[in-house]
Write a protein that binds this ligand. Structure first.
Ligand code: PLP
Length: 368
């Protein structure tokens, strides 16, 4: 028999959900065209507009994880041979390059050292006339925050490119202002700071980007033209919702509840709570003599990368945290797989008691 265990999910995601999001999963299931569900979906899109900081009519939860948001971004906007300048400062920037190339883009990757933020000047200098410029706001592989506001300004000043931004680890955790920053296409995930289980990709696209979209993208499922009839403004104006696919009704209800929880607390308060928890954790880790990986001044509060001390077996520490304390933390990725830990404080876990628990358990395991 499989065991039921309850973990403290202090890794790079998923995080423990907000109780409201968990409770919504247990409600009686509705049909996906039920008027009550349609209202829940419409409100979810409204709540998502608030979380993104956008007025984009086309803001919706895609029925798949964050990576599908990435695919949707490129498959709908890359015309054959388009130049996509992609800032790479970690694993998810690399993944963007792969996805954009598969969609037919001529990718210009602007490589940065892992642990450092995206440099907007280098990104815009990489090509005189790109169709797309893309970057990751919060690099989960390295714990780094990049300045999307400055990147947006630089892009607007130098070309007519669309700005595509990965906000998987930023939405609901750190400041995010899609319209003010000039984000044309943004995708995210539910399982990080929004405090909802994995399974949906909050997505937003501006009118300008939608007007430039590929008419018949190679993906039927992620075709934003077709999705317009399923959810959002087009469906509302047309006076009816057309069937495109069966909405994951329970997940949308859960996202609705999680977003309501976040918006009731107030976005700025939620950002401040994440900032405080992250600062407390980072201070405590350094006081324990541990070194942080991400460049100072650019550290994410919701995802902290820690250098594994010499002669410490990183996997054994993670195993002991899991087995003795039910605490999950993440390993590094790529060349940092064995030399970094990644500690997340996301959604309901961005609290001082979670920080105290991690520091005590890690201190115990490390004998510090
Ligand atoms: N982008 C970033 C920054 C991420 O952290 C992740 C997942 O951790 C993804 C994209 C991919 O999202 P998913 O794993 O939900 O497909």
């Amino acid at each position: 028999m499989t065991q039921i265990v309850e973990r403290h999910l202090f890794g790079p995601g998923p995080t423990n959900p907000y109780p409201e999001a968990t409770e919504a999963l247990g409600r009686p299931l509705l049909g996906h065209l039920d008027p009550v569900f349609i209202q829940i979906m419409d409100e979810t899109c409204d709540f998502l507009r608030a979380a993104w900081g956008t007025r984009n009519a086309r803001t919706l939860p895609l029925s798949a994880t964050g990576s599908a948001g990435m695919e949707a971004s490129f498959v709908n906007t890359v015309h054959p041979g388009d130049v996509a300048v992609i800032a790479v400062n970690g694993l998810f920037g690399q993944r963007m390059c792969e996805v954009a190339a598969r969609c037919g883009a001529e990718v210009v990757a602007v490589e940065h050292a892992w642990g450092t933020p995206v440099d907007p000047e280098r990104v815009v200098a990489a090509h005189p006339n790109p169709a797309i410029v893309a970057a990751v706001h919060a690099e989960t592989s390295t714990g780094v925050r990049s300045d999307i506001s400055t990147l947006g300004e630089a892009v607007r000043a130098s070309s007519d490119a669309l700005l595509v931004v990965d906000a998987v680890t930023s939405i609901g955790g750190i400041e995010l202002r899609a319209d003010d920053w000039g984000i044309d296409v943004g995708y995210a995930g539910t399982q990080k700071c929004l405090g909802v289980a994995p399974g949906l990709a909050p997505f937003t696209i501006s009118d300008k980007a939608f007007a430039r979209r590929v008419e018949r993208p190679r993906s039927w499922y992620l075709d934003l033209g077709l999705l317009g009839g399923y959810v959002g403004e087009a469906a509302a104006k047309g006076g009816g919702r057309t069937y495109h696919h069966t909405a994951p009704v329970a997940m949308v209800a859960s996202l609705h509840a999680g977003l309501r929880r976040v918006l009731d607390e107030g976005l700025e308060n939620v950002w401040a709570r994440h900032a405080d928890a992250g600062a407390l954790l980072q201070k405590g880790l350094q006081e324990m003599g541990l070194e942080l990986f991400a460049q100072e001044g650019h550290r994410l509060p919701d995802l902290t990368t820690v250098c594994v001390p010499d002669a410490v077996d990183s996997a054994a520490v993670r195993r002991e945290l899991l087995e003795r304390y039910n605490i999950e933390i993440g390993a590094g990725v790529g060349e940092y797989a064995g030399s970094l830990w990644r500690i997340g404080l996301m959604g309901p876990n961005a609290r001082p008691d979670a920080v105290a628990l991690i520091l005590a358990a890690l201190g115990e395991v490390l004998g510090r």
